[in-house]
Design a protein around this ligand. Structure first.
Ligand code: SF4
Length: 671
């Protein structure tokens, strides 16, 4: 038996350290947490602890597939590459779309394909599906997302968690949150539903504040108004650090009073005052999530939270993400300098890719680390676009995903265990260079080697493809080691996780080099100079219920939709309604409802619970289209209009109607 260290590659801020046990014949025995990884502390989540099911699945692709007479049939790599070369002949760069994303967060796996797309002068997307709105709002106020060190959380004076279900998304911070609660420090969770985290924190002695969906920003601005009104803002000190303090103070005079905002949010004035005291007197740390900003006004909502934190002078103990702590490897790996001269990249909003695919904007689309037919909003438009006869779709994946089913060329991908890569994180500060651990099945091939083959088949310049995966790994590792202390470098080069030196929580890499409560950049993009909130969100959607798409702790986006054990843990009762709404609709627990709007309609099993607010229907996790009678996935319902400033995801602004359905429920919900 041998043990090999690596990092979980999923799109998850915890980026856990992992140990892979291999038997004498090189086969996988099991995956466990790596105790040497200080943040994740030797624990993997339940879903990734079962990754062996994915790694050894009989459904993994072993050979390329080509569409012939409407069907995907096995082919050789040479045949697949010839089809790609033929499809690309004479196609201008702006009609080629690179549609990669975060299925494997390794730097090489994610970015090397972009090098080939750059050499082709291809169109790219802005990656706004996840944190586009939140990151935009944060960066406008504070600069790059660095974030305080969550490993120090248990030493905080208390914690305010704003719109973050830690249990499902940042679970390795939970032991530190529990330690805070147990030591009698205040911990308060603000959310729009009684999430797993709410219930967990309450059980530990903390408190929850449940607000109406989309009302957060009103409360944040009212809290800022209260901070100025009660003398909690040290104006002289803050004016030195913050550009636009006076403009922000003037603007929040028009915000609701704390009492009015409490009414709008559905909480008591006393609770609102407690939130104010938490910041002004207890000086707690603040942990912000991503999902709560996925609304039309999401970036402004995040600006409101950042501005509130800033006027209290709490920015060094604020955490949203940590990706800005790490060097960028984009120049080295993706090589934007290889773009044809005078061809700047055409960039399209990720969330609206379906519309441009559907409109026939592309002749060739490359997909890697992504399952857009399932994960992008308005997914029927995505599917129509990928199904067009005049568009060659090339998909590189481990499985015949719902996107791959629509492709013309499917290339079998290597898993993260089958390719060397460098891993960073967007939650903590550990970095790890992990070697290849397992052999790939059949003809499956890693991201670098696959796109090198494509580059050679297209006769692109040798500069694009001459370095192989091993050489590139050495180059990336060498660049990464430059930011690692001499003490840690040996361990890093030996493949162990190492922590980067602590940075301040915010780096003020804004245009002015200061914290920007008033942002000329926001105004230049058509937004307000200082954050505001329009109660009319969402202005464009109709439907009585807000659709709340929540993650599950058993699956991860669409990664585990090919694993029976993961799916069985999720169960069939996918959506949740408030008991009073259920009575009005005549729906019973374990029954079936139909969710509909102008884009789609689909039938789901339902559970009834006061965990969700009235007027909300919560759906947990993505599911397979074959799991609904209509053969449709969740994102057929969701809105694809980009948000206000970040052009990111606004799918929590989606509205639907809900009605009882007489379809049969096969619910086996294990929760
Ligand atoms: S999905 Fe997240 S929590 Fe689970 S093992 Fe991977 S990084 Fe850790």
């Amino acid at each position: 038996m041998t043990l090999h260290a690596t990092t979980c590659p999923l799109d998850c801020p915890d980026a856990c350290g992992m140990l892979v046990e291999r038997d004498v014949s090189g086969g996988l025995v099991k995956l466990t947490g790596n105790p040497a990884h200080g943040y994740s502390g030797g624990h993997l989540c339940g879903k990734t602890a079962l990754f062996k099911d994915v790694q050894e699945s009989a459904d993994r692709l072993h050979t390329p597939l080509l569409r012939e007479s409407g069907k995907l049939v096995p082919a050789t790599w040479d045949q697949a590459l010839a089809r790609i070369a033929q499809g690309l002949r004479g196609v201008p760069g702006d009609r080629i779309l690179g549609l990669g994303y975060a299925g494997n967060m390794g730097q090489l796996a994610r970015k090397y394909p972009t090098r080939v797309l750059n050499a082709l002068g291809a169109t790219r997307h802005d990656g706004g599906i996840c944190d586009g709105e939140a990151a935009c709002g944060f960066e406008l106020v504070f600069g790059r997302a660095v974030g305080c060190d969550l490993e120090q959380l248990d030493g905080a004076p208390g914690l305010l968690i704003w719109g973050c279900d830690l249990v499902r998304t940042v679970q390795h911070s939970l032991p530190r949150v529990r330690a805070l609660c147990r030591s009698g420090k205040p911990v308060v969770v603000v959310d729009v539903h009684r999430s797993d985290t709410v219930r967990r924190v309450e059980a530990w002695g903390g408190k929850a504040v449940i607000v109406h969906p989309g009302s957060d920003a009103a409360l944040l601005l009212a809290l800022a108004r209260e901070a100025f009104a009660t003398g909690a803002v040290d104006r002289a000190a803050r004016a030195e650090d913050c550009a636009g303090l006076a403009e922000f103070e003037a603007q929040v005079q028009d915000a609701p009073t704390l009492e009015d905002a409490a009414g709008q949010c559905g909480i008591t004035p006393e609770t609102a005052r407690e939130l104010h005291a938490l910041l002004a007197e207890r000086r707690v740390w603040v942990k912000a999530g991503i999902g709560w900003t996925r609304r039309f006004q999401g970036a402004n909502a995040m600006r409101a939270l950042c501005s509130l934190v800033a006027v209290h002078g709490l920015e060094q103990s604020f955490h949203f993400e940590s990706g800005g702590s790490f060097p960028s490897f984009t120049e080295l790996i993706a090589r934007p300098d290889l773009r044809p001269e005078g061809v700047p990249p055409r960039v399209v909003p990720h969330v609206a890719v379906g519309r441009s695919l559907d409109a026939g904007d592309y002749t060739v689309v490359f997909v890697w680390g992504h399952n857009p037919a399932v994960t992008l909003p308005d997914s029927l438009a995505v599917r129509r676009g990928l199904s067009r006869d005049d568009c060659l779709v090339v998909v590189h994946d481990l499985f015949l995903t719902e996107t791959a089913e629509l492709a013309d060329v499917v290339l079998p991908a290597a898993s993260f265990l089958e390719q060397a890569d460098l891993y960073t994180s967007y939650g903590h500060r550990y970095m790890q260079a992990a070697q290849r651990i397992l052999e790939s099945p059949g003809e499956a091939c890693g991201n670098v080697e696959t796109f090198r083959r494509i580059a050679r088949a297209l006769e692109l310049p040798a500069e694009v493809w001459s370095a192989d995966a091993e050489q590139l790994f050495e180059e990336v590792r060498a660049q990464a080691s430059e930011v690692i202390s001499a003490d840690d470098r040996t361990r890093f080069l030996a493949g162990e996780p190492v922590k980067l030196a602590a940075d301040p929580g915010v780096d003020r890499k804004t245009n002015s080099g200061r914290i920007e409560l008033a942002s000329a950049e926001a105004a230049r993009r058509g937004g307000p100079l200082v954050p505001t909130w329009n109660a009319a969100d969402p202005p464009r959607e109709e439907g009585r219920f807000q659709l709340h798409c929540a993650p599950t702790k058993h699956t991860h986006n669409s990664t585990y939709l090919h694993s029976a054990r993961h799916l069985a843990r999720v169960g069939d009762s996918r959506c949740t309604l408030h008991p009073d709404d259920a009575v009005e609709l005549g729906v019973v627990d374990g029954g079936v409802v139909r969710l509909s709007n102008a884009r789609s309609a689909l039938t789901l099993g339902v559970r009834i619970s006061a965990d969700v607010s009235r007027g909300m229907v919560r759906v947990d996790g993505l599911f397979r289209s074959i799991d609904t009678p209509e053969g449709l996935g969740l994102n057929t319902l969701t809105v694809s209009d980009p948000g206000d400033l970040g052009l990111g995801n606004s799918y929590y602004s989606t509205r639907v109607d809900v009605a009882r359905s007489d379809a049969r429920s096969d619910s086996t919900d294990p929760r």
